[in-house]
Design a protein around this ligand. Structure first.
Ligand code: APR
Length: 238
């Protein structure tokens, strides 16, 4: 199965790689829908990653993100991230990375122009529209930090359930999906839209790389059953 896909990679003029949490699993970043460990095992992402959940219990949600942030800071890109970045460097302009991941590992691996549809976990922003008093220099520490004057809270700069995706990145991702002849869908369960919709919108060939069945298998021309760090280096070498 891999040999025809390797030929598709060689022949494709434009390739989109759409990635999800499984892309970073072999770096040691836990996925969302595989079993969670410890403290958070009882919470589903939909119960933590929403504005409603944050407003109801800012500390709980902040602490969950603090844990994920620490985790991400400790890990490194894996062989799959490196294979993608290496291909992009050898073939400038042929491959676009569109990721649902907020961990920054594609960028750290050296991928240029990553379209991060769900934001960046390393950054914060104001919860409510900042007022004149909301000044980063005069912030009151805490979990989460807040404006010392009006109490406006800092929140992770990630896209929560029910929130709009960054429109520029989404438009670029849609254009890339429409224009590509090959899309590699790596490490995503395919249940979260609009990201998953990109794999259904493309007229190019679709190859899913995932050790488990995913919701996008029916949209795939080929499903490669395996992990990102195993499959991508073989697929993307020249
Ligand atoms: N290599 C490739 N895929 C893997 C690996 C691996 N080593 N390990 C696990 N996977 C697969 C799983 O089989 C699963 O299909 O990665 C997928 C992870 O799925 P989710 O946890 O649902 O992650 P994702 O698809 O990125 O979730 C989408 O949901 O909570 C939100 O905003 C969050 O961006 C996230 C979105």
């Amino acid at each position: 199965m891999k040999e025809p896909v390797r030929q598709w990679v060689r022949d494709a003029r434009r390739i989109v790689v759409l990635t999800g949490a499984g892309m970073s699993a072999e770096s040691g970043v836990p996925t969302f829908r595989d079993a969670q460990a410890g403290l958070w095992a009882d919470f589903r992402p939909e119960q933590l990653a929403t504005e409603e959940a944050f407003r109801a219990d800012p500390r709980r949600v902040w602490d969950w993100y603090a844990l994920r942030r620490e985790g991400v800071a400790r890990v490194a890109p894996n062989a799959g991230h490196a294979a993608i970045a290496g291909f992009q460097q050898r073939h400038p302009g042929r491959m676009t990375v569109v990721t649902q991941n907020v961990d920054g590992l594609h960028q750290r691996a050296g991928s240029p122009g990553v379209l991060a549809l769900h934001g960046n976990i390393a950054e914060d922003r104001w919860l409510d529209r900042p007022r004149a008093c909301c000044n980063l220099d005069a912030i009151e520490g805490g979990r989460p930090p807040r404006c010392a004057v009006c109490g406006n809270l800092r929140r992770p700069a990630v896209v929560w359930f029910g929130e709009m995706l960054p429109q520029r990145e989404l438009a670029q991702a849609e254009a890339a999906a429409a224009a590509c002849d090959l899309m590699l869908v790596v490490g995503t369960s395919g249940v979260v839209y609009p990201a998953a919709g990109l794999a259904r919108a493309t007229r190019g060939r679709v190859v899913v790389v995932n050790p488990q069945a995913s919701e996008l298998d029916d949209a795939a021309d080929v499903v490669l059953t395996g992990t990102a760090a195993q499959v991508l280096p073989e697929l993307l070498e020249d």
